[in-house]
Every structure is written in C-alpha cells, then in structure tokens.
Ligand binder design. Structure first.
Ligand code: URA
Length: 208
C-alpha cells in the first residue's frame, strides 16, 4: 500500500470515529488533510474554520487563500506539499482548540506524520508549534529551523506565524512572507545536511 492509500485508510478510520470524537458528530464534519502524500514539506495548521468545514478542505478560507498564494509565490504550489491541521473538525465560533480536543485528534495527526515522513514540518501558529517545541515564543523563533527528537526520530521543524495573524497585522504579514521565501533554501539545506544528525546527539536545536 502506498502513502496515499494509507492516508485514505486513515481518514476513513477518522470518519468512522467521528461520532466519538470532540467537535464532530458525523463523518462529514471531518476535514481531511490534503496534498501530495509523498511531499517533502508538510504544513500543520490549527483547526478548520467555516469554509474548511463546508468544503471539507484545509485552508480554503481567507487565511488559507493567503497561505496558498504565498506557497505558490515561493515555488511550493499547494498541490506539491501536504497540508493538515492539529484538530480535524471545526471548533464552534472558530474558538481555539481545547487541550482535550487536541489530544483526541493527536493519534490521527501522528499517523499522518508517520506515514508521510516529511523532510520538513512547517507549523503554522502556536498550537502546532507547541506539538514540537515547548517554552518558546513564536515571535522569537518564527522562520528558524529546529531539529527536534519526536517519537524516537529526528524531525526538522520550521515554526511559522499562522496566516490569519498575517491578515490581522501588516508587520506579521511581511514577516510571514519573508520567512516563507526561505523555504527552498531551508529544504535544500536539510537535504544536504540531514545525515550529519544522529539521535540524542547534543547539538544546538536551532539550526538555521
Ligand atoms: N486555519 C487553520 O489553522 N486551519 C485551517 O484549515 C483553516 C484556517
């Protein structure tokens, strides 16, 4: 079974579990991840909003359009990457996801990551950043490449601002775009250097 098949099976299991998961009561409440199952870059957002819920696709509302347009501009068209969320159903009124909701969807997100095995995980906003990096502020670490040990494996994680924050502040918008313009350089660096890193090696976690 290839990666796309394994992801399709995972989403079927998620839909089957919809009635027992928070924020969802039926299969159609689930917003699956989408994109290239063989992608080197996986982006993880927070939670679906109204438009994502209706279309059952991640990042298709206003902030999603900004994200997708930025990806296009920096040479990573949305179809070439994989885009998913921490929670897979819409919190009412677009409120922040609660810890128990994040926990309930965690096994599914973890299996997505383990299936795709991306070269680079791009976190969008604080909630997905907190999955990999603790005790950091997004304003201090955005756009910096981090090496983390996750599930006994080395992962390269690039925390980015959430695109919605970019739509609220022109300063964050500029920073968001500037950070994304380095995506190609960062992916290239990982491709060249990843084999230098070994598990439990005591080296600086911030790499670039
Ligand atoms: N914001 C997110 O974090 N995810 C989406 O899918 C849409 C908006």
């Amino acid at each position: 079974m290839d990666k796309a098949d394994r992801l399709a099976r995972l989403y079927q299991q998620l839909e089957d579990a919809a009635a027992n998961l928070p924020l969802s009561s039926q299969a159609s409440d689930i917003v699956p991840g989408e994109g290239n199952a063989d992608a080197g870059v996986m982006l993880i957002g927070e939670a679906p909003g109204y438009h994502e819920h209706v279309q059952r696709r991640p990042f298709v509302g206003k902030s999603g359009q900004f994200l997708r347009q930025t990806l296009e501009e920096v040479g990573y068209p949305p179809a070439s990457v994989y885009i998913s969320n921490i929670v897979k159903a819409r919190p009412p009124g677009n409120r922040d996801p609660a810890p128990a909701e994040i926990e309930a969807y965690k096994p599914f997100l973890d299996r997505e990551i383990e299936t795709i095995k991306p070269l680079l995980i791009v976190t969008l906003g604080r909630y997905s950043m907190a999955k990999f990096l603790s005790d950091v502020k997004i304003s201090q670490v955005h756009g910096r490449l981090h090496k983390v040990v996750w599930k006994d494996d080395i992962r390269f994680v690039l925390p980015m601002f959430h695109p919605a924050a970019g739509l609220r502040s022109s300063q964050v918008k500029d920073q968001f775009t500037t950070d994304f313009r380095r995506l190609g350089e960062i992916v290239g660096w990982i491709e060249q250097n990843k084999d230098r890193y070994q598990l439990h090696q005591h080296i600086e976690n911030v790499l670039l």
